[in-house]
Design a protein around this ligand. Structure first.
Ligand code: SF4
Length: 379
C-alpha cells in the first residue's frame, strides 16, 4: 500500500458547501461513465486509506488548535510547511474563519466505500470537531441502494446528515441513453433509504438532459420519482454541453438536440406542475441557470414558483430575448431586474451591436456558450 501522500482535496463541491471544510475520502468517480460529465474523465478512481483521511483530519485539527491558541485567525504557520501541509493550513484557516459548521466529504461518491470505514472516518471527525453541525457528501443512487438499512442507519448515527444525489432524470429511456448507471427504481429506492435513515437528501435534476425529443418525458418521470421520494431539496442544474459530445451514446435511434431556453422553462413548468404531495424545498442555485429565483418550499410556494415560469414563457419575444441576453451577460439575475431601465438599455444596445433578435437569440446564445466552454470559462 502507498504511504501517506499528505493532505488532499478534490476538484469540486456543491455551491451550498462553499463554507464547508472539504475532506477527500475517495479520488475521482467510481462510475465515470455518464456521457454528460467530464469532471473526472481520464482520472482513475481510488479509495483513500482510512488512516490517510484520519491524518488529514488530524492536520486540520492541529492547525485549528494552533490558530485558536494564538487567538488570531490571520496567524501564519509557526513552522516551515511542505506544499501539502500548506494546503491543510489554508483549508484550516478558511474553515475557522467560516465558523467550522460543516464538512463535505469528497469526491464523487463517498458512500461507495465500506460502511465500517465511512463510519470510522465520521466518528473521528466528531471526536476532533464535536461542534460540527453538518457532514455531507455526494453519493450515487446505486451505491446508496446497495447499503443495508442497518449500515445506513449507523452511518447516519456516526454523523453523515446530508447527501447530494445526482438524479439528473428519472426517465429510464434517458438514463439508459446517458449511461447513468441507475434506473428510476434505483433512484427511488436510494432516496427512500436515505430518508428512512434520517439523512437529509438533496436530489439534483438536470434541465435539458432529454433534449427536445424527451423534454416532456423527463419532466413527467422525474416529478413522479420526486413525489415518491419527497426529498428535502430538489436542485435544478442546466445542461450545457459541447456539441462534440455524444450525449445519447447509449442509443442507436436518437441523437441529442440541445434545448432552447423556452423549452427548458416549459420543462421546469411541467415538472413543478406535476410535483404533488411533497414538502421539498426547490432551488435553482447555480449561476448557469436562467431562472435562479426559483426558490421555495412545497406545497405553500408552488403557485408562486409556477408564476415565475409563466411570467417568463408569457413574455413578448422581445422582452424574453432581453432577459435571456441580460441574464447571460450578468446584467440581470431576477426577472424583476428588467425594471431597471439603465440596465435594460445596455442589454438592448448589446443585442443591437451583436445582431441578436428574437428569431436568432437561442442560436446566438448557444454559440456564445460553446465558445465559453471551449475557452474553459464559466458563466
Ligand atoms: S456519477 Fe457523477 S461524477 Fe460520476 S460520471 Fe456520473 S455525473 Fe460524473
Amino acid at each position: 500500500m502507498q504511504s501517506y501522500q499528505g493532505f488532499e482535496q478534490g476538484p469540486i463541491r456543491p455551491p451550498s458547501e462553499a463554507d464547508s471544510l472539504l475532506l477527500r475520502v475517495t479520488r475521482n468517480c467510481p462510475w465515470n461513465r455518464c456521457t454528460f460529465c467530464s469532471v473526472y474523465k481520464k482520472q482513475k478512481f481510488s479509495t483513500r486509506p482510512v488512516a490517510d483521511v484520519i491524518a488529514d483530519i488530524d492536520s486540520i485539527h492541529r492547525f485549528i488548535t494552533q490558530m485558536q491558541e494564538g487567538h488570531d485567525s490571520r496567524i501564519e504557520p509557526a513552522e516551515n510547511l511542505s506544499p501539502s501541509e500548506w494546503s491543510a493550513f489554508v483549508a484550516a484557516r478558511n474553515w475557522l474563519a467560516e465558523g467550522m459548521h460543516s464538512i463535505f466529504l469528497q469526491d464523487a461518491d463517498s458512500l461507495v466505500i465500506r460502511p465500517e470505514n465511512l463510519t470510522a472516518i465520521l466518528r473521528h471527525i466528531k471526536m476532533r470537531f464535536p461542534q460540527v453541525e453538518r457532514i455531507t457528501s455526494y453519493a450515487r443512487s446505486e451505491s446508496v441502494a446497495r447499503i443495508s438499512d442497518g449500515n445506513l442507519a449507523e452511518i447516519a448515527a456516526a454523523g453523515l446528515n446530508r447527501i447530494h444525489i445526482g438524479m439528473e432524470t428519472a426517465s429510464d429511456t434517458i438514463l439508459q441513453m446517458i449511461s447513468k448507471g441507475a434506473s428510476k427504481g434505483i433512484h427511488v429506492s436510494a432516496g427512500l433509504k436515505a430518508k428512512a435513515a434520517g439523512i437529509e437528501l438533496s436530489e439534483y435534476v438536470l434541465i435539458g438532459i432529454g433534449g427536445r425529443e424527451f423534454s416532456r418525458e423527463h419532466a413527467i418521470e422525474t416529478a413522479d420519482a420526486l413525489n415518491r421520494i419527497n426529498p428535502d431539496f430538489i436542485r435544478f442544474r442546466t445542461l450545457h454541453l459541447m456539441d462534440s459530445v455524444n450525449l445519447f451514446a447509449g442509443s442507436e435511434d436518437y441523437s441529442y438536440q440541445w434545448t432552447q431556453d423556452t423549452v427548458q422553462a416549459e420543462e421546469i413548468l411541467l415538472l413543478l406542475e406535476k410535483l404533488e404531495g411533497i414538502t421539498s424545498t426547490v432551488k435553482s442555485d447555480h449561476s448557469y441557470n436562467l431562472l435562479q429565483e426559483i426558490d421555495g418550499t412545497f406545497p405553500n410556494d408552488k403557485l408562486r414558483l409556477l408564476a415565475i415560469l409563466q411570467h417568463f414563457t408569457g413574455m413578448s419575444p422581445r422582452d424574453r430575448t432581453i432577459f435571456q441576453v441580460g441574464k447571460r451577460s450578468g446584467h440581470f439575475i431576477r426577472l424583476s431586474d428588467m425594471e431597471n431601465s439603465g440596465r435594460w438599455k445596455q442589454v438592448e444596445e448589446m443585442c443591437r451591436q451583436s445582431g441578436i433578435t428574437p428569431e436568432n437569440v437561442d442560436e446566438k446564445l448557444h454559440e456564445m456558450i460553446q465558445e465559453r466552454m471551449r475557452r474553459g470559462m464559466f458563466f
